[in-house]
Design a protein around this ligand. Structure first.
Ligand code: ADP
Ligand code: MG
Length: 330
């Protein structure tokens, strides 16, 4: 387990929760709070620090859009529908032009994803943006990380590794400041957009609510994030290399290492979910799921098994060595 997650487990997990309304605390994409008999609230907070989560010189409209999109991805991972968010901003100075652009991007995302700003906090210091998102879901239908079972199949939405290529392109970009939010959104599949303006898979997540056995959003790479499902569900998985959805751009970028790149680079914000064969049958027959999967490919990449840890198999079933490269802050 990487340093960041060890730190969380050692110091912030396992404390008593004595409120019956708190259904799920530390350890998943969101916490879950009862809203009454029929509904529950999914809550998650994410921080973006300048120079760590985004490159200096990223246009502020893109920073605002990305901060909200990334936070909302945790709602998608639970199958919750966006409701409201709070914003804690730490700013080096009161820069009206920067703030006008930042809020333009932020509220563009807010209107696209159907979420409202309801409060926050503003302080002075090195640039950092924390967004807490709240989403609603039907009681008992949230898709957690902890219920995958041997025999379930493992699925991934979209393509893996594109955002990693986008990050490399952004680092080498001759004029990052000139990038336009609108153009990036209009070209959502290009690597730069995959990194700078990710698309949280909200419609897919809502469709999986009550219909999949587990789900996580891929923020740190499939190896690390599927690893969280396996740890929480106390099981193992075999993943087939030839089933991984990897674009030609990623293969060209990473050469022979394309699969390591696709498995360990994060920031794609696709969903990885598991479903039993019966759940998959019912999902794949639903018209809502058919409509979503006609726009976003859903790939069956492997299967959940007894045991622990992740196995990667090549086309002939031979196990490959996995050197995990999931990102950790510590
Ligand atoms: P995600 O990538 O889905 O946003 P994280 O990797 O940031 O999730 O966090 C993993 C889990 O640990 C989440 O349930 C999160 O709420 C919890 N967590 C992270 N940092 C803290 C903290 N400082 N205090 C309490 N819980 C934390
Ligand atoms: Mg997450």
């Amino acid at each position: 387990m990487s340093g960041e997650f060890q730190l969380i487990e050692r110091h912030f997990s396992g404390w008593p929760i004595d409120k019956a309304q708190i259904k799920l605390g530390v350890g998943d994409d969101c916490a879950l709070l009862n809203l009454g008999a029929e509904e529950e609230l999914a809550v998650s907070v994410d921080t973006m620090v300048a120079g760590v989560h985004f490159l200096p010189h990223t246009p502020p409209a893109i920073v605002g859009y990305r901060a909200l999109a990334v936070s909302i991805s945790d709602l998608a991972a639970m199958g919750a529908s966006p409701f409201a968010f709070t914003l804690a901003l730490t700013l080096p100075k009161n820069d009206d032009v920067w703030l006008a652009e930042f809020s333009r991007g932020l509220f563009h995302a807010a209107s696209l994803f159907g979420i409202s700003l309801i409060g926050g906090d503003t302080t002075r210091g090195p640039l950092s943006i924390s967004i807490q998102v709240m989403g609603r879901g039907v009681s008992g239908c949230a898709v957690t990380r902890a219920s995958a079972k041997p025999g379930d199949e493992v699925f991934v939405s979209g393509y893996l590794g594109g955002a990693g290529v986008g990050l490399a392109q952004a680092k080498q970009h001759p004029d990052l400041r000139s990038l336009s939010l609108r153009e990036l959104i209009n070209n959502a599949d290009c690597p730069l957009s995959r990194f700078l303006v990710p698309s949280p898979r909200l419609a897919l997540g809502e469709c999986l609510a009550g219909q999949a056995s587990s789900c996580i959003d891929i923020s740190d790479g499939l190896v690390g994030d599927l690893g969280h499902i396996l740890a929480a569900s106390e099981c193992s998985a075999s993943i087939r290399l030839d089933r991984l959805p990897v674009s030609q751009e990623v293969r060209d970028f990473a050469g022979d290492d394309w699969w390591r790149h696709a498995l360990s680079f994060g920031d794609d914000y696709e969903l990885c979910f598991t479903a039993s064969p019966e759940q998959w049958l019912s999902l794949s027959e639903s018209s809502r799921f058919k409509a979503i999967s006609s726009e976003i490919p859903i790939s069956k990449v492997g299967v959940i098994t007894e045991g622990s840890g992740l196995k990667l198999l090549d086309d002939s079933g031979v196990e490959l060595e996995l050197v995990s490269g999931a990102f950790s802050h510590f």
